[in-house]
Structure formats: structure tokens, C-alpha cells
Design a protein around this ligand. Structure first.
Ligand code: FAD
Length: 395
């Protein structure tokens, strides 16, 4: 064999920089088990779920038994893995569909994390084991119809009535809202923003499904209406007052997203690579055209580069030094990279790129939501601008 052929064979198109060597055996085992779950349980049906606009709630318990729910939290039935393992699980889930990664992010980072970090012992005992098992589903209500990028402008109120709390307001775009057993609701109280653990069966609480979504269709999104929802004193999260509460949850969830987006991008690149090699036009494989190769190479570089960023940020998180602005870097850049890859891959598949027979347009449409939620591209740009100049330019 010639040296050129040897060199060619040494390069794995699916892990070009051999980044697997940056992951230890335990992390790799977790990644591979999530990948198998996605291949066996998600990929065969995801096109139909997306088409029909359903999230298969039954799979929540399977994800629970795999330890994927609240997997980076300690105790209360949670797996207690390191951050890199949690990230790699998110990567593989999102290689299946962003809806699955969203489910796991919301359950673990947005609903379980605040109870774990700011809840009373009683709240932890009551909710976390069932949520870790996937028997109870949680959601996170921060965004409102008139309060998105600027959560400090929220209108939902919490007022005291004796020892009880009374909540009023509307939350919008809430992932898992209509299927949730418990909602973490952020509301404006006299002393500042407070978080509440609200059972969704509480009188006055209504969840309406958002229909006609063209993105993240295999994920349930809802509007939550709170009309004089009366809660006992024990419903408030005692450990935090102010926007720091919801923002620290978002920081956790964004960490999962910066890994997850790599998975969506990888799935699109791999689909475009396989398609380009097998598709023939002008009497030859389209992968033999220079313009097509350029696209494939750009996609491959993007996926490898964003994997490196994710793994590096994961190591910083495990070392306890990861800053929110570094998370903004990863969320912003990895999501836009994945969206660029998805759009190029969509183009590479020609007409087949617009059908759900292939994963690409599904990922592309999903990534539009991922680009917007958990801090838009602009808001993370401003967070990074603030971090490097010391000047806040949000308003
Ligand atoms: P806006 O804040 O109105 O922004 C509109 C545009 O203006 C954006 O491009 C934005 O970047 C830009 N903009 C705003 N302010 C500035 C500025 N200062 N400078 C420059 N540009 C600016 N929320 C939850 O609480 N819980 C959930 O579970 C949840 N799930 C979601 C699921 C889906 C599918 C989607 C789409 C959203 C979800 N969200 C959820 C809401 C999401 O977090 C918000 O959509 C997001 O924060 C943006 O808010 P907005 O849609 O109101 O947009």
C-alpha cells in the first residue's frame, strides 16, 4: 500500500481529529450507551413523531432508567456523573433529535437542578427521586408573552396571603408544560424574583399546548396560565431570591446545549457525507465534485471544532472553573456552527434534503429553536461583549 493510501486510511471521517482519545473509558461507555438508546429507540420513529408533532412520554422512564435525568446531580436517585459525561449524553440525544435533548435539559437542568440547588430537604425528597426515574415530569416557567430576553421584566406575581402564596400570570413557550407533573415557576414577589415548586394539579393552574410549530415538533411546548394559584409556604424555593435563581438554571441547561448542538451538526454532516458518496449525477458520485467536497470539508471542520470547544468547556466545568460567559461562548458558537452545517447539509441532499426521510431538515428546523431559546444569539453576543469590555450593552 502506498504512503498516501495509508495516510488516507488513518483518518476517520467520523472522528477526524481522533477526539475520542480526549474522553475516558467511563465517559465513553456512557456516550455509547446513549448512542445505542438513540439508535434503537429514537431514530426508527423520530420522523413520524416529528411529522405528527408528538413526544413519546413513555420514553421518559427509559431515559430515567438509563440515568439520563438529572444525571449530573448527586443523590436523590440521580446518577451523579461528571459534567463531560452529561454533555456527551446530550450530544448523543441531540444527534437523535433536539426534542429529546430538550426534554432531558428541561427535566435535569431546569426543573431538577433548582430543587436540588435551592430547594428544602422536604422538596428534594418529595420530587427528585420520581423525576430522576422519569415517573414525574418537570417544566420551567420563566418566559412570558411580553418578557423573553429580558426576564427581569416579568409580570407574573407572587403575593403572600397569611402563610400562603398566591400566584398570577402567564408563562409562554414552556417545554414539557402540558405533560408536566410539576412546574418551577418564577414570579415577582415583594422581596424580588422567587421560584415556586407548583404541582400542575393545583387549582387555577392551566397548561395549553402550542400548536402549529414548524420546529422542535417532537417536543411538547405550552402556555401556562396561573389564576389565583394558592400554594403553601413550603412551595417556595427557600435558597434563592432574585434573577440569580433562574439564570443559574439556564447556565446549567446551556451547558447541555453546547454539547447537544454538536450532535445535531454531526448527524447532518454524516447524512450529507453518506448521501454525497452514493448520489450520482453527471455520471459520477457528487462527492467527486470539488464544490461538494468543499462543503463536506467545511462541515467536518465545524463538527470537530465545536466538539473540541464542548470537551474543553466540559473539563473546565468538572474543574469548577467554568464561567457563565464561557458557557455563552459555547452556546452561541456551537449552535450557530450546527445551524450552518445543517443548512449546508440540507442543500447537499438536493430535493431529498426537504423530506423527513432524511434527518437533515428536521435538525435544521429544530436548531432554529435552539438558536433562540436559552438566550438568543444576540443576547450571548452581548454577554460576551460585556465580558471582554466590561461594558453592558443590553439596553
Ligand atoms: P425576544 O426577547 O422578543 O427577542 C426577539 C429578537 O430581539 C431576538 O432576535 C433577540 O435576540 C432580539 N433582542 C432582544 N433584546 C435584544 C437586545 N438587547 N439587543 C439586541 N437584540 C435583542 N422559556 C422558558 O421559560 N421555559 C422553557 O421551557 C422554554 N422552552 C422553549 C421552547 C421553544 C421551542 C422555544 C422557541 C422557546 C422556549 N422558551 C422557553 C422561550 C425562550 O427562552 C425565549 O423564546 C427566548 O428567551 C427569547 O425570547 P423571545 O422569544 O421573547 O424573543
Amino acid at each position: 500500500m502506498s504512503n498516501a493510501a495509508n495516510i488516507h486510511r488513518a483518518n476517520d471521517p467520523h472522528d477526524f481529529l481522533n477526539l475520542q482519545t480526549l474522553v475516558d473509558s467511563e465517559e465513553l461507555a456512557i456516550q455509547q450507551s446513549v448512542r445505542r438508546f438513540v439508535e434503537d429507540r429514537v431514530l426508527p420513529e423520530i420522523g413520524d413523531w416529528y411529522d405528527e408533532g408528538v413526544f413519546p412520554r413513555d420514553l421518559a422512564k427509559e431515559m430515567g432508567s438509563l440515568g439520563l435525568l438529572g444525571m449530573h446531580l448527586e443523590g436523590y436517585g440521580c446518577a451523579g456523573t461528571n459534567a463531560v459525561s452529561y454533555g456527551l449524553a446530550c450530544l448523543e440525544l441531540e444527534a437523535g433529535d433536539s426534542g429529546f435533548r430538550s426534554f432531558v435539559s428541561v427535566q435535569g437542568s431546569l426543573a431538577m437542578f433548582p430543587i436540588h440547588a435551592f430547594g428544602s430537604e422536604e422538596q428534594k425528597q418529595q420530587w427528585l427521586p420520581g423525576m430522576a426515574a422519569g415517573e414525574l415530569i418537570g417544566c420551567f416557567g420563566l418566559t412570558e408573552p411580553d418578557s423573553g430576553s429580558d426576564p427581569g421584566s416579568m409580570r407574573t406575581t407572587a403575593r403572600r396571603d397569611g402563610t400562603d402564596w398566591i400566584l398570577n400570570g402567564t408563562k409562554m413557550w414552556i417545554t414539557n408544560g402540558p405533560i408536566a407533573d410539576v412546574a418551577i415557576i418564577w414570579a415577582r414577589a415583594e422581596e424580588g424574583i422567587r421560584g415556586f415548586v407548583v404541582p400542575t394539579t393545583t387549582p387555577g393552574f392551566t397548561a395549553n399546548t402550542v400548536h402549529k410549530k414548524a420546529s422542535l415538533r417532537a417536543s411538547v411546548t405550552g402556555e401556562l396560565v396561573l389564576e389565583d394559584v394558592r400554594l403553601p409556604e413550603t412551595a417556595v424555593l427557600p435558597g434563592v431570591v432574585g434573577l440569580r435563581g433562574p439564570l443559574s438554571c439556564l447556565n446549567e441547561a446551556r451547558f447541555g446545549i453546547l454539547f447537544g448542538a454538536v450532535g445535531a451538526g454531526r448527524a447532518c454532516y454524516e447524512s450529507a457525507l453518506a448521501y454525497s458518496i452514493s448520489r450520482e449525477q453527471f455520471g459520477q458520485s457528487i462527492a467527486g465534485f470539488q464544490l461538494v467536497q468543499r462543503k463536506l470539508v467545511e462541515m467536518m471542520i465545524s463538527v470537530n471544532r465545536s466538539t473540541l470547544v464542548a470537551l474543553h468547556l466540559g473539563r473546565l466545568k468538572d474543574a469548577g472553573t467554568l464561567t457563565p460567559a464561557q458557557v455563552s461562548f459555547g452556546k452561541m458558537d456551537n449552535v450557530r456552527q450546527a445551524l450552518d452545517v445543517a443548512r449546508e447539509a440540507r442543500n447537499s441532499l438536493g430535493a431529498n434534503g426537504i423530506t423527513l426521510e432524511y434527518p437533515v431538515i428536521r435538525h435544521m428546523n429544530n436548531l432554529e429553536s435552539v438558536y433562540t431559546y436559552e438566550g438568543t444569539n444576540e443576547i450571548h453576543t452581548l454577554a460576551l461583549g460585556h465580558a471582554i469590555t466590561g461594558i453592558a450593552a443590553y439596553r
